[in-house]
Ligand binder design. Structure first.
Ligand code: ATP
Length: 200
């Protein structure tokens, strides 16, 4: 499965444009305000591009010229937002299972992979930043996504947690066969994790 993305849109005062082709993990790398989150939102179906197309695994999710614009739920992105956006009124277990689908990764395996076993009965407000990220990644994986969008999944984590989540992303990149689009502005992360790096 691979991405074939070519999108452009004016966002406020900025002209945001991006082309991505290929499988594995694509890093979107660039300074604050360059439009990285806007690109993820265009791929997810949360922001409509002015021009271009979004194809994943040969399927067209958006095509300006043909008027194709699948809604976000039909695109099936596993989107891990920068601020995680866990549901505050649901415990970790219910957050993980929210939107879970037939054909997704196995629930128990995902909980083990992400080290979430001890957190299942906790409320999101009691989680550390790294724990909340892991729950958000688990929730995305359990929705049987067609592709993953990761918005700065390593920011504001301490060294040990960062290392842990980097290793997890490497496992997903090498094992799951899902195309991944990940935003960072850290060069070391980009070089270590990216199958390719797209500057924006
Ligand atoms: N709703 C909006 N109205 C006006 N301008 C906006 C809006 N949303 C974003 N922008 C502007 O569009 C540009 C791209 O924003 P975006 O959040 O995509 O950048 P980014 O590269 O993800 O930044 P960061 O690394 O700081 O998260 C920025 O200049 C931002 O100020």
């Amino acid at each position: 499965m691979s991405f074939d993305i070519d999108v452009a849109r004016r966002v406020g005062e900025a002209d945001v444009a991006c082309r991505i082709e290929g499988d594995g993990l694509t890093v979107l790398f660039g300074p604050s305000g360059a439009g990285k989150t806007s690109v993820l939102n265009m791929v997810a179906g949360l922001l409509v591009p002015d021009t271009g197309h979004v194809r994943v695994g040969g399927e067209t999710l958006f095509e300006a010229a043909q008027g194709v614009d699948l809604p976000p739920e039909a695109r099936r992105a596993g989107y891990v937002f920068q601020e995680t956006r866990l549901f505050p009124h649901l415990r970790v277990r219910a957050n993980l299972l929210y939107g879970s689908r037939e054909g997704a990764a196995d629930v128990d395996e995902t909980i083990a992979l992400l080290g979430l076993g001890a957190l299942l009965d906790r409320w999101p407000r009691t989680l550390s930043g790294g724990e909340a990220r892991r729950v958000a990644i688990g929730r995305a994986l359990l929705s049987a996504p067609r592709f993953l969008l990761l918005d700065e999944p390593l920011s504001s984590l301490d060294r040990a947690r960062r290392e842990e989540i980097m290793a997890l992303i490497e496992r997903l990149r090498d094992g799951a066969g899902l195309p991944i689009l990940m935003v960072t502005h850290d060069r070391e992360e980009a070089e270590r994790l990216g199958t390719r790096v797209v500057a924006i």
